[in-house]
Design a protein around this ligand. Sequence first.
Ligand code: BEZ
Ligand code: FE
Length: 288
Amino acid sequence: MTNYFTEENSAETVINAMSDDADPRLREVMSVVIRKLHEAVKEIEPSQDEWMAAIQFLTATGQKCDEWRQEYILASDTLGVSMLVDAINSRRPSGATENTVLGPFHVANVPESPMGANLCLDGKGEPMFVHGVVRDLDGAPVEGVKMDVWQANEDGFYDVQQKGIQPEFNLRGVFRTGADGRYWFQAVKPLYYPVPTDGPVGALMERLGRHCFRPAHFHYILEKDGYDRLTTHIFDPDDPYIGSDAVFGVKESLMAKFRPIDDVAQAAEHGFEGRFFDVEHDFVLAPV
Ligand code: BEZ
Ligand code: FE
């Protein structure tokens, strides 16, 4: 007997419309999505106007996307879904460095630099000496790790957001660890910055009374065969937004030590003229 659609049997009716021959994983995923969506609609009981507002939000989100802008990823980030998917896909043994969001500003194929290079190509910003050791779970240094680092400048912008203002590859570097697992480079003090707010996601955040800032951070990707690829950040624990990251990427274990150093002799050792920040953080890679 045909089961016609009713308010009560809505989800089952739609789920049963799928063919038994459909891809099993797709059936599984869509069954959950349909069940939860119908559950949400039953709880919310939207008016026709409210449902149309939801459709218009999704339409505007799609229309904002182009080669450079992915408004759906921003929606996923600001709703905490990117961090949840990341958490599910990067469960690691205790002691291993935790993952966090990749974000939209990674650039592939940045030229490799010798260890110790200065990421800052325009001389702007407060200097930092960033360093630490890459280890395995037993505490042994890991040699030959490819470390890809990128950061925003002192005004909170990545080079790709300021083409023609910042030099290409400003505040980006790719390094490889030696036998002692150590890494070190020069950089500048990053600033907190807003996620893009000129689209429907920004408008929604505003209506929800949410701010749009990410606390100051450095991005890292650490890769070596035999180890789980690590995509993470280190954060400035004193940042005003450290407790309220707009994309929920902060983890207690990813706080680095940002120590201001006023000592002229120490500054000279690194080629700095005056005060600088010493930033220390070790990374622990998990085996695959
Ligand atoms: C970032 O840290 O680069 C970022 C992450 C998520 C959304 C926007 C920016
Ligand atoms: Fe970032």
